[in-house]
Each structure stands twice: as C-alpha cells, then as structure tokens.
Design a binder for this molecule. Sequence first.
Ligand SMILES: C[S@@+](CC[C@H](N)C(=O)[O-])C[C@H]1O[C@@H](n2cnc3c(N)ncnc32)[C@H](O)[C@@H]1O
Length: 239
Amino acid sequence: MTACPVSIVAPHPAKFSGVILAELGLSLEIETYRLHRSIRVLDPFAGVGGMHKLSRSEKGQWSLFEAGYDIETVGVEIEPEWACQHPRTIVGDATALPFPDASFDAVITSPTYANRMADHHNAKDGSRRMTYRHTLGRPLTPGNSGGMQWGEEYRGLHVRAWEEARRVLMPGGLMMLNVSNHIRKGEEVPVVEWHMETLAALGFIIEDDRVALTPRMRFGANGTARVEYEHVISARVAS
Ligand SMILES: C[S@@+](CC[C@H](N)C(=O)[O-])C[C@H]1O[C@@H](n2cnc3c(N)ncnc32)[C@H](O)[C@@H]1O
C-alpha cells in the first residue's frame, strides 16, 4: 500500500455511469434488507471512486429502505492520481488485496474491458483519444489492466483478481461485475462471457446477467461499430 500523494489528480476515462450505479445501488439496498444489517462493500478496480456514491453517507437518492442500515464502501485503485480522489480508496493492486479472508459482504466493480481504451499511445495532437494512458498523462503502473488488450495477460490478471475477490468475500457474499463486449475487426469479442465462465469456474454461483443501455463513445477507430449496452453480472460465493 502506498500513501496518497493527494496533491496530484487526473481525469478518468471510464467512470461508472448513473445507470450502472442505480443497478448496483438497488442490489446493495436489497442485500442490506436481506441480511437485516449494515454491509461492507469493496471495489478492487475503484478508479476515482464512483462506488462510494452508494454509501449511506453519500448516496441520498439511492436509499429505498428506511431501516437505517449502512453501506460501508472501500475502494482499491492502482493509480494514485485516481485513488487519491476519494478518502475511502487506497492505492493497491486488485490481485493482492490487503484485507483478511471473509471480510466483505459484497464486491462490486467494473474492470477494464480490454478494448481500444487499452491502447498505449499518448496523443500529442489534441485529438479525442480516450485511453487510460492518455487520460492519466503518463505510462500506466505495471499490472494496470488498463494497458492490456484482450489476450492471455488480461485474462490471467482477472483470474487472480476474481480469486482475491472470492477470498475476501464472506460465505454467501455477493459479487457484481459491470463489463462489456466490444467490436474488434468486425467481430464481437466475448469479454462478458469469459468473465462469467471464469467466475463459475472459480466456484461462484451465477445468479443474474442484466443488460443496461449506456451512452458509448462515438469517436476514434470503430466509432460506428459499438456494442450498445453493458452487462451487470451478479454471482455469489456458496454459503
Ligand atoms: C473501468 S475503471 C473503473 C472506474 C470506476 N468504476 C469509477 O467510477 O471511477 C477500471 C480501473 O481499474 C484500475 N486498475 C487496473 N488494473 C488494476 C489493478 N491490478 N489493481 C487495481 N486497480 C487496477 C484502472 O486504473 C482503472 O482506474
């Protein structure tokens, strides 16, 4: 874990949209209601900390039940310029979490999607290139999946991250994954299906796969060939 150099911040290219936060927030509210207690929730790929909007202290409009249960949020993000934008996000690596076994009720997260946002260039011509590297303004930290295209390296990192998620989840714990396919060379790349199969292979019980229409970027290569929706996969550790 690295101390937060709070003086440096950077914009982020792929924050949670309101639609996805609403999906996640509703499920967490239902989880507090189901368990009849406050819950502790982790986002291991936390970016600038959109998930913290779901905590009791910040969310306001997401509160459905008046039982007064809290949703305590904790984020982990590998890039200090993004992590340090929220006091409940620590700088760390999703594949080596600094938390004990069975210490969270839920893991909700949006990993990178292995799409063109993983391109490495740093555009100097002012063109609208939405990549992790370009938006951060320096090379990504080694181990940042935001620099990984669809392939063995991307898949290996996420197997390790989902093993860690399962380790820190309590028995019966909820896992929610926001992910999307993309078009490459005219073909849809089955990123969503791979994550779902991987969760199942790691022993998660898949409960749901919902699609949400979200605004997608319309510039850059493949500007007219976008997958128009994202998925929210829900899975559970056996109790
Ligand atoms: C899709 S973004 C998440 C954005 C976030 N939901 C938000 O609202 O800001 C994925 C994030 O995962 C981070 N990341 C990539 N590899 C990581 C790793 N090994 N450990 C921790 N964070 C990582 C990236 O830097 C990026 O900020």
